[in-house]
Ligand binder design. Structure first.
Ligand code: ARG
Length: 435
């Protein structure tokens, strides 16, 4: 039996159906709970504006709740021949309630239905990402405090440069995540607007109460202009993708550092054996595969904005089916990011940091600026002090004093972790919703 909502008595070619439905039957399962949520809000609104009776609403709501329960139990499926989640929910309702089920689509289109599902979905995904970011953030801050006084070489051009510390290194990634959270918050604000009522993209002749559905779905405001609401498909995804790419860039960078610090030539950090991987031929190997996979995944995630931009570049105004393909790109991406964040948090719980790294004479020159500054504090003009130390290096007579005293805001002695925590707390407050 033909199950397309738009069926007019002929069977579409199977090849065409498979090609156009693509991965929707599987991917749309992640939208199912939001689809039901959107439908509940929509029919409450239809009853209010007189398009459904109180009795009809009273029969529809429990039937939708039943579907919602089956989704939570993991029993909901999109059957063969049914195009997508929107069709499946309507199909279940009409099978159960007959004509009443057929009424729920008044004043909406799958175009605004999928939009509202996606906005609710991304809103939740962004909250999930934020929580994972926050967890890793706190882990990094904790490590920053714990290893506050452990010095390490700071590099520029990958040449030893100046003293740094593990307090700074861990703390740097924590603060960097606060910058990424700014983008998460921006994406959240873009997603947190109600497109329902834009229907196929041009509104409806029914007096839809869009304020009511906005409130019922907990959106900050309607996406007012119906055309703008439709245009937000693509725009929302690109905003989310930028946020995901930003977090991924920070995490990927950190993963690279860990791979390098684990390298035997550095050996600044290590992990318990069971968290490393071996080689099939070299018996001694303890490889950082976790951080390599993380780096690779994070690099892939950074291509998301580009992929979406190319997919949606120059599409004509209004709905186009190309938009469906964004789900294929975005759904696995948010999951992958959270997986990487959680893995980073897990691994860092077990990180071991080497002590007294700077005692090794290979890092002697790291103290040259300290020694120049010490002379300056004794009254020697900077350029003369620089020359004096420079000549000692040149003549191989330089002996480092090995004392480091950095006290200014954000430096080794004062990494400002409290101030950074306050920034994160404020940002986290902006993505809080009722759970
Ligand atoms: N699966 C479709 C999508 O994700 C749902 C909307 C279908 N709308 C349409 N006009 N064919 O875009």
């Amino acid at each position: 039996m033909a199950k397309q909502l738009w069926n007019k008595g002929f069977e579409p070619d199977q090849l065409i159906e498979n090609f156009t439905v693509g991965q929707d039957r599987e991917l749309d399962l992640r939208l199912a709970r939001y689809d039901v949520q959107g439908s509940m809000a929509h029919i409450k609104m239809l009853q209010k504006i007189g398009l459904l009776s109180q009795e009809e609403l009273a029969r529809l709501l429990p039937a939708l709740q039943e579907i919602a329960d089956s989704i939570e139990r993991g029993e909901f499926v999109i059957e063969d021949g049914v195009e997508d989640v929107h069709s499946q929910v309507e199909f279940l309702l009409t099978s159960k309630l007959g004509d009443i089920g057929k009424k729920i689509h008044s004043g909406r289109s799958r175009n605004d239905q999928v939009l509202v599902d996606l906005k609710l979905f991304f809103r939740d995904e962004l909250r999930t990402i934020s929580k994972a970011v926050d967890k890793l953030f706190h882990r990094l801050q904790l490590l920053s405090e714990e290893h506050r006084d452990k010095l390490m070489p700071g590099y520029t051009h990958l040449q030893v440069a100046m003293p740094s510390s593990f307090g700074l290194w861990f703390g740097a990634y924590a603060e960097s995540l606060t910058d990424d959270m700014q983008l998460v918050v921006a994406a959240y604000n873009i997603a947190n607007q109600n497109p329902l009522g834009s229907a196929a993209g041009y509104g409806s002749s029914f007096p839809l109460d869009r304020e009511m559905t906005t409130e019922l779905l907990g959106f900050a405001n309607p996406h007012y202009n119906v055309v703008a609401a439709q245009m937000s498909r693509g725009k929302t995804e690109r905003a989310v993708a930028s946020a995901v790419a930003a977090v991924a860039s920070t995490l990927g960078h950190m993963a690279m550092d860990v791979c390098m610090w684990m390298c035997n030539n550095f050996a600044f950090v290590s992990f318990p054996d069971e968290l490393t991987t071996g080689s099939s031929i070299m018996p001694h190997k303890k490889n950082p595969d976790v951080f390599e996979i993380m780096r690779g995944k994070c690099n892939r995630l950074q291509s998301l904005p580009n992929e979406l931009t190319i997919l949606t570049a120059n599409l004509p105004l209004g709905y186009n089916r190309d938009l469906q393909l964004m789900k294929d790109i975005m759904f696995p991406a948010t999951t992958s990011l959270v997986e990487c964040l959680d893995m980073a948090d897990f691994m860092l719980q077990h990180i071991r940091v080497k002590d007294n790294i700077l005692d090794d004479p290979r890092y002697d020159y790291i103290f040259t600026v300290e020694d120049v500054n010490r002379l300056v504090l004794q009254g020697v003009p900077f350029r003369d002090a620089y020359k004096q130390v420079g000549m000692a290096v040149q003549n191989k007579t330089y002996r480092p004093t090995r004392t480091v005293s950095h006290t200014h805001l954000g430096s080794i002695g004062n990494p400002a972790n409290k101030e950074i925590a306050a920034k994160m707390e404020e940002l986290m407050g902006r993505v809080k919703g009722e759970e």
